[in-house]
Ligand binder design. Structure first.
Ligand SMILES: CC(=O)OC[C@H](N)C(=O)O
Length: 277
Protein backbone atom coordinates (compact mmCIF):
# COMPACT_ATOMS: atom_id res chain seq x y z
CA UNK A 1 0.00 0.00 0.00
CA UNK A 2 2.83 2.32 0.90
CA UNK A 3 4.41 1.70 -2.49
CA UNK A 4 1.09 2.41 -4.27
CA UNK A 5 0.79 5.71 -2.37
CA UNK A 6 4.33 6.60 -3.42
CA UNK A 7 3.70 5.69 -7.10
CA UNK A 8 0.40 7.60 -7.23
CA UNK A 9 1.82 10.57 -5.42
CA UNK A 10 4.68 10.75 -7.93
CA UNK A 11 2.35 10.41 -10.94
CA UNK A 12 0.17 13.24 -9.57
CA UNK A 13 3.25 15.40 -9.05
CA UNK A 14 4.56 14.62 -12.55
CA UNK A 15 1.24 15.13 -14.32
CA UNK A 16 1.25 18.49 -16.07
CA UNK A 17 -1.85 20.66 -15.64
CA UNK A 18 -3.94 18.24 -17.74
CA UNK A 19 -7.38 19.53 -18.60
CA UNK A 20 -9.78 16.98 -17.15
CA UNK A 21 -12.33 15.47 -19.58
CA UNK A 22 -15.09 17.12 -17.51
CA UNK A 23 -13.68 20.63 -18.08
CA UNK A 24 -13.47 20.03 -21.84
CA UNK A 25 -16.97 18.52 -21.97
CA UNK A 26 -18.44 21.51 -20.11
CA UNK A 27 -16.69 23.92 -22.47
CA UNK A 28 -18.06 22.08 -25.52
CA UNK A 29 -21.61 21.81 -24.08
CA UNK A 30 -21.65 25.53 -23.31
CA UNK A 31 -20.32 26.37 -26.77
CA UNK A 32 -22.95 24.20 -28.44
CA UNK A 33 -25.66 25.86 -26.32
CA UNK A 34 -24.37 29.27 -27.46
CA UNK A 35 -24.46 28.27 -31.13
CA UNK A 36 -27.75 26.35 -31.04
CA UNK A 37 -30.44 27.64 -28.66
CA UNK A 38 -32.27 24.32 -29.11
CA UNK A 39 -29.36 22.79 -27.21
CA UNK A 40 -28.99 25.56 -24.60
CA UNK A 41 -30.00 25.14 -20.95
CA UNK A 42 -31.07 28.82 -20.93
CA UNK A 43 -31.84 31.18 -23.80
CA UNK A 44 -29.81 34.34 -24.33
CA UNK A 45 -32.56 36.82 -25.13
CA UNK A 46 -30.40 39.96 -25.47
CA UNK A 47 -27.45 40.65 -27.78
CA UNK A 48 -25.48 41.75 -24.72
CA UNK A 49 -26.01 38.29 -23.18
CA UNK A 50 -24.69 36.65 -26.37
CA UNK A 51 -21.65 38.92 -26.33
CA UNK A 52 -21.04 38.17 -22.65
CA UNK A 53 -21.31 34.40 -23.26
CA UNK A 54 -18.81 34.60 -26.12
CA UNK A 55 -16.39 36.51 -23.90
CA UNK A 56 -16.91 34.03 -21.05
CA UNK A 57 -16.21 31.05 -23.30
CA UNK A 58 -13.22 32.76 -24.94
CA UNK A 59 -11.82 33.38 -21.46
CA UNK A 60 -12.44 29.72 -20.49
CA UNK A 61 -10.70 28.46 -23.62
CA UNK A 62 -7.73 30.78 -23.22
CA UNK A 63 -7.37 29.67 -19.56
CA UNK A 64 -7.36 26.02 -20.64
CA UNK A 65 -4.84 26.70 -23.42
CA UNK A 66 -2.57 28.88 -21.25
CA UNK A 67 -2.56 26.32 -18.41
CA UNK A 68 -1.72 23.56 -20.89
CA UNK A 69 0.91 25.24 -23.04
CA UNK A 70 2.88 21.97 -23.07
CA UNK A 71 0.10 20.58 -25.32
CA UNK A 72 0.68 23.09 -28.13
CA UNK A 73 3.65 25.35 -27.30
CA UNK A 74 1.81 28.47 -28.48
CA UNK A 75 0.22 31.64 -27.10
CA UNK A 76 -3.04 30.46 -25.51
CA UNK A 77 -4.69 33.90 -25.76
CA UNK A 78 -3.91 34.16 -29.47
CA UNK A 79 -5.20 30.62 -30.08
CA UNK A 80 -8.46 31.39 -28.29
CA UNK A 81 -8.85 34.68 -30.21
CA UNK A 82 -8.24 32.85 -33.46
CA UNK A 83 -10.72 30.10 -32.53
CA UNK A 84 -13.52 32.61 -31.86
CA UNK A 85 -12.57 34.62 -34.95
CA UNK A 86 -13.30 31.51 -37.08
CA UNK A 87 -16.28 30.32 -35.03
CA UNK A 88 -18.80 31.89 -37.41
CA UNK A 89 -17.48 29.73 -40.29
CA UNK A 90 -17.88 26.61 -38.15
CA UNK A 91 -21.39 27.73 -37.13
CA UNK A 92 -22.40 28.14 -40.78
CA UNK A 93 -20.94 24.70 -41.62
CA UNK A 94 -22.84 22.99 -38.79
CA UNK A 95 -26.08 24.70 -39.89
CA UNK A 96 -25.56 23.21 -43.37
CA UNK A 97 -25.01 19.79 -41.76
CA UNK A 98 -28.26 20.19 -39.81
CA UNK A 99 -30.06 21.02 -43.05
CA UNK A 100 -28.43 18.00 -44.77
CA UNK A 101 -29.60 15.68 -41.96
CA UNK A 102 -33.10 17.13 -42.18
CA UNK A 103 -33.22 16.85 -45.99
CA UNK A 104 -31.70 13.37 -45.87
CA UNK A 105 -34.13 11.79 -43.44
CA UNK A 106 -37.83 11.44 -44.26
CA UNK A 107 -38.48 10.73 -40.56
CA UNK A 108 -37.19 14.16 -39.46
CA UNK A 109 -40.03 16.58 -38.79
CA UNK A 110 -38.06 19.76 -38.02
CA UNK A 111 -34.59 21.27 -37.75
CA UNK A 112 -35.20 21.49 -34.00
CA UNK A 113 -35.58 17.72 -33.89
CA UNK A 114 -32.17 17.32 -35.57
CA UNK A 115 -30.45 19.55 -32.98
CA UNK A 116 -32.24 18.16 -29.94
CA UNK A 117 -32.32 14.48 -30.86
CA UNK A 118 -29.92 13.43 -33.60
CA UNK A 119 -26.61 11.83 -32.57
CA UNK A 120 -25.27 12.84 -35.99
CA UNK A 121 -25.75 16.51 -35.06
CA UNK A 122 -23.81 16.16 -31.82
CA UNK A 123 -20.98 14.15 -33.38
CA UNK A 124 -20.57 16.39 -36.44
CA UNK A 125 -20.75 19.58 -34.33
CA UNK A 126 -18.05 18.16 -32.02
CA UNK A 127 -15.94 17.23 -35.04
CA UNK A 128 -16.28 20.72 -36.63
CA UNK A 129 -15.29 22.47 -33.37
CA UNK A 130 -12.47 20.01 -32.72
CA UNK A 131 -11.20 20.27 -36.32
CA UNK A 132 -10.89 24.07 -35.96
CA UNK A 133 -8.64 23.63 -32.90
CA UNK A 134 -6.77 20.72 -34.51
CA UNK A 135 -5.94 22.83 -37.56
CA UNK A 136 -4.42 25.46 -35.29
CA UNK A 137 -1.95 22.88 -33.95
CA UNK A 138 -3.71 21.79 -30.75
CA UNK A 139 -4.12 18.00 -30.62
CA UNK A 140 -5.14 16.49 -27.27
CA UNK A 141 -8.07 18.84 -26.54
CA UNK A 142 -9.77 18.22 -29.93
CA UNK A 143 -9.37 14.47 -29.37
CA UNK A 144 -11.07 14.90 -25.98
CA UNK A 145 -13.95 16.74 -27.66
CA UNK A 146 -14.54 14.08 -30.34
CA UNK A 147 -14.14 11.29 -27.76
CA UNK A 148 -16.82 13.00 -25.67
CA UNK A 149 -19.08 12.84 -28.74
CA UNK A 150 -18.00 9.22 -29.31
CA UNK A 151 -19.00 8.30 -25.75
CA UNK A 152 -22.38 10.04 -26.15
CA UNK A 153 -23.25 8.85 -29.65
CA UNK A 154 -21.11 5.86 -30.60
CA UNK A 155 -19.85 7.95 -33.55
CA UNK A 156 -16.05 8.19 -33.69
CA UNK A 157 -14.77 10.98 -35.96
CA UNK A 158 -11.09 11.88 -35.71
CA UNK A 159 -10.61 15.68 -35.54
CA UNK A 160 -7.92 15.44 -38.23
CA UNK A 161 -10.34 14.14 -40.87
CA UNK A 162 -11.33 16.57 -43.60
CA UNK A 163 -15.10 16.74 -44.18
CA UNK A 164 -16.89 18.93 -46.73
CA UNK A 165 -20.19 20.77 -46.49
CA UNK A 166 -23.67 19.28 -46.03
CA UNK A 167 -22.49 16.15 -44.25
CA UNK A 168 -25.34 13.88 -43.20
CA UNK A 169 -25.14 11.09 -40.63
CA UNK A 170 -28.37 9.19 -40.02
CA UNK A 171 -28.59 6.98 -36.91
CA UNK A 172 -24.82 6.80 -36.74
CA UNK A 173 -23.98 4.34 -33.97
CA UNK A 174 -20.73 2.53 -34.72
CA UNK A 175 -19.45 4.93 -37.39
CA UNK A 176 -15.63 5.28 -37.46
CA UNK A 177 -13.95 7.99 -39.55
CA UNK A 178 -10.15 7.85 -39.38
CA UNK A 179 -7.63 10.66 -39.04
CA UNK A 180 -6.63 11.05 -42.70
CA UNK A 181 -10.07 10.50 -44.26
CA UNK A 182 -11.13 13.06 -46.86
CA UNK A 183 -14.87 13.50 -47.45
CA UNK A 184 -16.35 15.78 -50.11
CA UNK A 185 -19.60 17.74 -50.11
CA UNK A 186 -23.09 16.28 -49.75
CA UNK A 187 -21.99 12.88 -48.43
CA UNK A 188 -24.42 10.76 -46.42
CA UNK A 189 -23.47 7.82 -44.22
CA UNK A 190 -25.40 5.42 -42.02
CA UNK A 191 -24.66 3.47 -38.86
CA UNK A 192 -21.75 1.07 -38.63
CA UNK A 193 -19.75 2.54 -41.53
CA UNK A 194 -15.96 2.35 -41.16
CA UNK A 195 -13.67 4.65 -43.15
CA UNK A 196 -10.47 3.05 -41.97
CA UNK A 197 -6.85 2.07 -42.55
CA UNK A 198 -5.82 -1.07 -44.42
CA UNK A 199 -2.96 -1.67 -42.03
CA UNK A 200 -2.08 -0.11 -38.70
CA UNK A 201 1.73 0.04 -38.77
CA UNK A 202 3.09 2.73 -36.46
CA UNK A 203 5.54 3.77 -39.24
CA UNK A 204 2.53 4.86 -41.32
CA UNK A 205 1.54 7.53 -38.78
CA UNK A 206 2.40 10.38 -41.19
CA UNK A 207 0.88 8.74 -44.28
CA UNK A 208 -2.64 8.97 -45.67
CA UNK A 209 -4.13 5.74 -44.32
CA UNK A 210 -7.85 6.32 -44.72
CA UNK A 211 -10.02 6.64 -47.83
CA UNK A 212 -11.24 9.57 -49.89
CA UNK A 213 -14.99 9.85 -50.41
CA UNK A 214 -15.93 12.21 -53.23
CA UNK A 215 -19.00 14.46 -53.46
CA UNK A 216 -22.54 13.13 -53.09
CA UNK A 217 -21.61 9.57 -52.19
CA UNK A 218 -24.07 7.58 -50.06
CA UNK A 219 -22.68 4.78 -47.85
CA UNK A 220 -25.21 2.45 -46.30
CA UNK A 221 -25.07 0.68 -42.94
CA UNK A 222 -22.16 -1.54 -42.03
CA UNK A 223 -20.02 -0.80 -45.10
CA UNK A 224 -16.24 -0.86 -44.56
CA UNK A 225 -13.98 1.21 -46.81
CA UNK A 226 -10.25 0.92 -46.16
CA UNK A 227 -6.96 2.34 -47.39
CA UNK A 228 -5.36 5.72 -48.06
CA UNK A 229 -5.36 5.19 -51.82
CA UNK A 230 -8.99 4.11 -51.96
CA UNK A 231 -11.19 6.71 -53.66
CA UNK A 232 -14.95 6.37 -53.86
CA UNK A 233 -15.91 8.33 -56.97
CA UNK A 234 -18.52 11.07 -56.87
CA UNK A 235 -22.21 10.16 -56.84
CA UNK A 236 -21.54 6.51 -56.03
CA UNK A 237 -23.71 4.40 -53.77
CA UNK A 238 -22.01 1.87 -51.46
CA UNK A 239 -24.50 -0.70 -50.26
CA UNK A 240 -24.88 -2.14 -46.77
CA UNK A 241 -22.11 -4.42 -45.45
CA UNK A 242 -19.93 -3.99 -48.54
CA UNK A 243 -16.16 -4.32 -47.94
CA UNK A 244 -14.09 -2.05 -50.24
CA UNK A 245 -10.29 -1.82 -50.42
CA UNK A 246 -9.99 -0.55 -54.01
CA UNK A 247 -11.11 2.64 -55.73
CA UNK A 248 -14.59 2.81 -57.22
CA UNK A 249 -15.31 4.89 -60.36
CA UNK A 250 -17.70 7.84 -60.12
CA UNK A 251 -21.40 7.05 -60.52
CA UNK A 252 -20.98 3.41 -59.46
CA UNK A 253 -23.38 1.39 -57.38
CA UNK A 254 -21.76 -1.39 -55.40
CA UNK A 255 -23.75 -3.66 -53.20
CA UNK A 256 -23.59 -7.02 -51.59
CA UNK A 257 -26.36 -9.29 -52.73
CA UNK A 258 -26.98 -12.04 -50.22
CA UNK A 259 -28.57 -15.16 -51.74
CA UNK A 260 -31.36 -16.96 -49.96
CA UNK A 261 -30.25 -20.33 -48.68
CA UNK A 262 -31.14 -23.02 -51.19
CA UNK A 263 -30.09 -26.58 -50.34
CA UNK A 264 -30.30 -27.59 -54.03
CA UNK A 265 -27.91 -24.88 -55.21
CA UNK A 266 -24.15 -24.39 -54.99
CA UNK A 267 -24.54 -20.60 -55.30
CA UNK A 268 -22.63 -18.39 -52.87
CA UNK A 269 -23.07 -14.71 -52.01
CA UNK A 270 -21.93 -12.30 -54.74
CA UNK A 271 -20.78 -8.71 -55.16
CA UNK A 272 -22.31 -6.72 -57.99
CA UNK A 273 -20.67 -3.56 -59.37
CA UNK A 274 -22.40 -1.57 -62.05
CA UNK A 275 -22.53 1.96 -63.38
CA UNK A 276 -25.53 4.14 -62.80
CA UNK A 277 -27.14 5.60 -65.81
C1 LIG B 1 -10.01 4.30 -38.36
C2 LIG B 1 -8.81 3.44 -38.40
O1 LIG B 1 -8.53 2.81 -39.36
O2 LIG B 1 -8.06 3.41 -37.28
C3 LIG B 1 -6.86 2.66 -37.26
C4 LIG B 1 -5.75 3.49 -36.69
N1 LIG B 1 -6.20 4.16 -35.49
C5 LIG B 1 -5.26 4.52 -37.72
O3 LIG B 1 -5.54 5.70 -37.56
O4 LIG B 1 -4.61 4.14 -38.67
Amino acid sequence: MNSLVKKLSKSHQDCPECPSPRVIQQFFDNLLGLLFPDYAPELLKEEAQVEAKIEELKFQLSRILIKNKHLHGKDGNALAEDFFYHLEDVYELIKKDVQAMFDGDPAAKSLTEIVRCYPGFFAIAAYRVANLLYNSGVYLIPRMITEYAHSRTGIDIHPGASIGEHFCIDHGTGIVIGETTVIGNGVKIYQGVTLGALSVDKEDADKKRHPTIEDHVVIYAGATILGGNTVIGANSVIGGNVWVTKSIAPNSKIYYQAKMYNPDSEQTDTYIIRSQG
